[in-house]
Design a protein around this ligand. Structure first.
Ligand SMILES: NC(=O)C1=CN([C@@H]2O[C@H](COP(=O)(O)OP(=O)(O)OC[C@H]3O[C@@H](n4cnc5c(N)ncnc54)[C@H](OP(=O)(O)O)[C@@H]3O)[C@@H](O)[C@H]2O)[C@@H](O)CC1
Ligand SMILES: Nc1ncnc2c1ncn2[C@@H]1O[C@H](COP(=O)(O)OP(=O)(O)O)[C@@H](O)[C@H]1O
Ligand SMILES: [K+]
Length: 504
């Protein structure tokens, strides 16, 4: 799914009107109908519910007026509050004329703000994608007032005060919505950690916008849902053999951190790899053979750490990092790996392999093309060496990093962002806070290793599929264990079912 900028969204609006031979007012009615139906279906409003619709001067306000009219027709008693303004959009004015007399309509002012008891519903239709600057004056006062109440707030298209695709000063007045109803597509702003409290739970409401315009519009950012991955994971052919799915090598574990190696190894096998060899320190030999008998063990001469790189010739893909530790000798192994991997052997670097890259920065220049890195935020900050100013700056850093090092970088968290060497960025839709638990990242590394060893997949597809399936495994696991009860080992159990959903 593409993530359009606010400017592209406006153009899409216009293109839809032209392509479908409808008026913009009709499109607004469609958008309002989608909102009204959502309110009725999802919130199960009682006819006695106190409903306040706050309307700004533009088309977002126009949507609000149309929803108020529709709710009135459905038997509810919404009250409308208008933000005073010098100018209004044409469709706002048309909907203002159509507002039934029976609907109580008042003008907002600093002294006249709606009383909003708990249990009341507020529809925030003050500003949407037309917001051009942070709110000040009366709009900011209204937003602060709204945020202090206990009413349920549903934002139309955007929480008012939030910019759709760019950063804004900390402390800006922004509505804290419980739900945001976004038309046709999500907005980039919804995926930023700092905006979570403003956006609340968000839902995309399809309103029949022009698909060919969306198809032909170039974007920098994508939101990856199941539909975007359709057809990317081929079925296993009847005459396939171990070679089709590749032989993978995992370099992981150190004294006290062998669990990371075990989790990654199990995930790699569940990811469908043909063969897996695991290099752990000698201390891990028995642990590994006992807990992952399907994998071959290749113990290091050192008891506690990985200190020697095995001969790479047999392997289609190599992953290094989970539980590795940051010994000088392990850094040497990383250096050799980067030197010997060649351009056709896939590499995945995680955890301590990333920390070693950060402390031996000359190695960054030696990453073979298409290497996949999987840092969490802190590891990414170490890699760039510069704290991000804000969420958007971090994405710029990610884009620049991937371009410069011609690598894929999986920036992990909620809505994990995948940066690519050619520029576009992909945000993952699956996963849940239950996955914020030790070892979840090791599972991702193992799964990624399996998909990078799979000769049928491009680096981009392998990374997209792994990140999506990992999160989906987390969602399937959490459905059984609850989020708090989820442990990383549970993710492994659901990799198979998650991949099966994608296959074909
Ligand atoms: N996409 C689609 O296909 C569809 C979109 N639809 C809807 O249209 C919405 C976009 O409507 P929109 O373009 O009229 O902008 P909107 O958000 O109402 O705000 C513009 C007004 O706010 C003002 N203003 C801006 N910043 C301000 C500030 N800081 N402080 C104060 N004022 C400020 C600005 O004035 P100005 O900047 O000129 O001063 C102007 O008056 C979209 O979110 C969705 O709800 C659906 O109806 C149909 C399908
Ligand atoms: N709130 C969340 N929503 C979705 N995914 C999450 C969330 N928290 C963590 N995850 C996922 O769990 C994994 C955690 O990885 P990481 O931080 O490396 O853990 P560890 O180092 O313990 O293995 C990442 O893939 C991340 O995207
Ligand atoms: K809004």
């Amino acid at each position: 799914m593409k993530l359009l900028t606010a400017a592209q969204t406006r153009a899409l609006d216009q293109a839809t009107v032209e392509a479908q031979g409808i008026t913009s007012l009709e499109l607004m009615e469609r958008a309002a109908t989608a909102c009204t139906l959502w309110l009725l279906d999802e919130l199960q409003l009682a006819f006695s519910t106190e409903i306040h619709v706050l309307c700004g001067p533009g088309n977002n306000g126009g949507d609000g007026l149309a929803v108020a009219r529709q709710l009135h027709t459905a038997g509810y008693a919404p009250q409308v509050w208008l933000l005073p303004a010098d100018k209004h959009s044409a469709d706002f004015l048309l909907n203002r004329q159509q507002l039934p007399q029976a609907i109580r309509c008042q003008e907002l002012s600093a002294r006249r703000l709606p009383m909003l008891p708990a249990g009341a519903l507020v529809l925030d239709a003050l500003f949407g994608t037309g917001l051009t600057r942070p709110l000040e004056g009366l709009p900011a006062t209204i937003v602060k007032h709204l945020n202090q109440t206990e009413a349920t707030v549903v934002a139309v298209d955007m929480p008012s005060g939030l910019l759709a695709d760019s950063p804004q000063p900390a402390g800006s007045a922004i509505v804290r919505a419980h739900h945001t109803l976004s038309f046709e597509l999500p907005k980039l702003a919804f995926l930023m950690p700092r905006n979570a409290d403003f956006v609340g739970e968000w839902t995309v409401l399809p309103i029949g916008l022009d698909q060919s315009f969306i198809h032909n519009t170039d974007v920098d950012n994508y939101f990856v849902d199941a539909a975007s991955l359709a057809g990317r994971l081929p079925r296993r052919a009847r005459f396939s053999h171990k070679g089709t799915f590749g032989h993978a090598l995992l370099l992981a574990g150190s004294y006290g951190k062998l669990g990371a190696a075990v989790l990654a190894a199990r995930a790699c096998l569940r990811g469908g790899v043909g063969l897996l060899t695991v290099r752990t320190p000698a201390v891990g030999y028995t642990v590994l053979q006992m807990s992952v008998p399907e994998a071959m063990a290749l113990p290091d001469p050192s008891h506690d750490f990985v200190t020697e790189l095995p001969e790479l010739q047999p392997y289609a893909a190599v992953a290094m990092g989970p539980g590795l530790g940051q010994e000088v000798s392990s850094a040497e192994v990383l250096r050799q790996l980067l030197r010997q991997a060649g351009s056709r052997r896939a590499l995945v670097l995680d955890a301590d392999a990333l920390n070693l890259l950060s402390t031996h920065r000359e190695l960054l220049g030696k990453l073979p093309p298409d290497t996949v890195l999987t840092p969490h935020l802190k590891e990414f900050e170490r890699l760039t060496g510069e704290p991000a100013r804000d969420d958007y700056h971090r994405l710029e850093q990610l884009r620049a990093f991937c371009r410069e090092h011609r690598c894929y970088c999986v920036l992990k968290g909620a809505y994990t962002a995948l940066g690519t060497p050619h520029g576009p960025m992909y945000f993952n839709s699956t996963g849940n806070p239950g996955m914020s638990t030790g070892g979840s990242g090791d599972v991702l590394t193992g799964l990624l290793l399996a998909l990078r060893a799979d000769q049928r997949l491009s680096p981009l597809d392998a990374a997209l599929l792994a990140v999506y399936a990992h999160g989906r495994a987390g969602d399937l696991a959490a459905a059984e264990t609850g989020e708090a009860g989820l442990i990383a080992g549970d993710l492994v159990q659901f990799i198979g079912p998650a991949l099966r959903e994608l296959e074909g």
